[in-house]
Ligand binder design. Structure first.
Ligand code: NAD
Length: 490
């Protein structure tokens, strides 16, 4: 990082250009590693929201008239441009979120580019079907929904902007994306690149704002769909507001996912999965496996090796590519994590390692928290039930398969689950029993664009990525075509 300033040209990107309205409430963008203000933006005013919606309505008409091949070409060009600019985009993602460059260089802009490339490739294949009725026939058209609103969380600002934008645009919709107020910078770059790649003005817009801006977009008459990535409480509000206008929704919400380590597991792999599923992005990943169930016969070995590997994690300056873990995203998030550490101790969980904030030399005002492991955790403890969204792993013990499956499923969430075992039949039997949308066998947290991603139960509605996402950004028109006279009895 050469200089700690990341002021964008303006707060919003509407109708193909940067737009400002300083009457909107101030949004301060803080670099989590130092606590410095690196940019100041403004939340959207009602006139900015209207401008974005009318631009999207007009842009969508032009975009939907283009062929899938033409639309796909724009998305794939944008994917290439993102890859070409990966270094700069990763540096911006690091400033926006505090995640280390070691991660952002491989997991953020690149993942966004994958989505644009994948859905760019699919755009020309989004077709209806022909249904023969022996003379008469029906054909279907797979048509766009219209104007889609995307509302983002703060943990993956570039990725979320692309994961929502790519399938929406491939299907011929326009998008208005509202980033999280905590990480407002990266989506503006995505919008800029899409337009440089040839996207017609108005097809992908970014408006900044707090929850009230998200709410205003969700209830706007000209909006046809809302896709939220956020917490369950926000999901309930957004879904209820969308329901008032019978709008389509996709909900990518939180989790408290289980990882089950059976007695025959490769213990080093299982620890690798648990570390990835708890400490990547400082634990701020929705699909994290924060309840790690370990067979009692392997517990001592698991905890010993886990502790050694946890204590060896390099924490510090996110700009240094040797750094493996940066700060959490904000002071509020740090305080929330530390509250849960105190709750875990008070509930009687055994703190195995971590549990403190960290003072990094030269970054004394950063929001650093040690990767933390609690053992002897029981199912009823709050640290085993509530989403912490920080680097806090709960390790629980089990003996029987049936029992651990029931305990793993005993949660309001259902985003993800992972198991580690060498027993092929058990692997598939247990995965089939787990009530979660995104599951892994002998690995954890890989989310390639080719695979559907999304949650069961309170963790979500709909799916992102893969062909499945197209279902959630399009609608089917059925057209009956007569081949003879109208058979009318009157
Ligand atoms: P959040 O729910 O606080 O906010 C998410 C977004 O919703 C923000 O942009 C916010 O401004 C907006 N918002 C708030 N109130 C609103 C309202 N009434 N109407 C419309 N929009 C509103 O979530 P967060 O703290 O930014 O992110 C963390 C949460 O996101 C965690 O629960 C995490 O699990 C979840 N998450 C889920 C996924 C997934 O794909 N399932 C991915 C990343 C994060």
């Amino acid at each position: 990082m050469t200089k700690l300033k990341a002021q964008p040209t303006a707060s919003h990107f509407i109708n193909g250009e940067f737009v400002e309205d300083k009457n909107g409430a101030v949004i301060e963008c803080i670099y989590p590693a130092t606590g410095e203000i690196i940019a100041q933006l403004h939340s959207a005013t009602p006139s900015i929201i209207e401008k974005a919606v009318s631009a999207a309505v007009a842009g969508q008409k032009i975009w939907a008239r283009m062929s899938g091949t033409e639309r796909g070409r724009v998305l794939r060009r944008a994917a290439d441009m993102i890859r070409d600019r990966n270094q700069a985009l990763s540096a911006l993602e690091t400033l926006d979120t505090g995640k280390p460059m070691q991660e952002t260089l491989v997991a953020d802009a690149t993942s966004g580019a994958d989505a644009l490339e994948y859905f760019g490739g699919l755009a020309a294949t989004i077709n209806g079907e022909h249904i023969d009725l022996g003379g008469d026939f029906v054909y279907t058209r797979r048509e766009p929904l219209g104007v889609c609103v995307g509302i983002g969380a703060w943990n993956y600002p570039t990725q979320i902007a692309c994961w929502k934008g790519a399938p929406a645009l491939a299907c011929g919709n326009a998008m208005i994306f509202k980033p999280s107020e905590t990480t407002p910078l990266c989506a503006l770059e995505v919008a800029k690149i899409l337009h440089e790649a040839g996207l017609p003005a108005g097809v992908y817009n970014v408006v900044q704002g707090y929850g009230d801006v998200g709410a205003a977009l969700t209830t706007h008459d000209d909006v046809d769909k809302v896709s939220l990535t956020g917490s369950v409480p926000t999901g309930k509000k957004v879904m209820a507001a969308a329901a008032a206008g019978i709008r389509h929704v996709t909900m990518e919400l939180g989790g408290k996912s289980p990882i089950i380590v059976f007695e025959d597991a490769d213990i080093d792999d299982a620890i690798g999965g648990a570390l990835l599923g708890n400490f990547y992005s400082s634990g701020q990943v929705c699909s994290n496996g924060t309840r790690v169930f370990v067979h009692s016969s392997r517990m001592a070995e698991f905890l010993e090796k886990l502790t050694a590997r946890t204590q060896a994690i390099t924490i510090g300056d996110p700009a240094n590519e040797a750094t493996q873990m940066g700060p959490v995203v904000s002071a509020a998030q740090r305080d929330k994590v530390m509250d849960y550490v105190a709750i875990g101790k008070a509930e009687g969980a055994r703190l195995v390692t971590g549990g403190n904030t960290l003072r990094i030399e030269g970054m004394e005002n950063g929001f650093f928290v040690e990767p933390t492991v609690f053992a002897d955790v029981t199912d009823t403890m709050r640290i085993a039930k509530e989403e912490i969204f920080g680097p806090v792993m709960s390790v629980l013990s089990f003996d029987e398969e049936d029992d651990v499956v029931a305990r793993a499923n005993d949660t309001e969430f259902g985003l993800s689950a992972g198991i580690f075992t060498k027993d092929l039949t058990r692997a598939h039997r247990v995965i089939a029993e787990l009530k979660a949308g995104s599951c892994w066998i002998n690995t954890y947290n890989l989310a390639p664009v080719e695979a559907p991603f999304g949650g069961y139960k309170r963790s979500g509605v709909g799916r992102e990525n893969s062909r499945a996402a197209l279902e959630y950004y399009s609608q089917i028109k059925s057209v009956y075509v007569a081949s003879g006279p109208v058979d009318c009895p009157y």
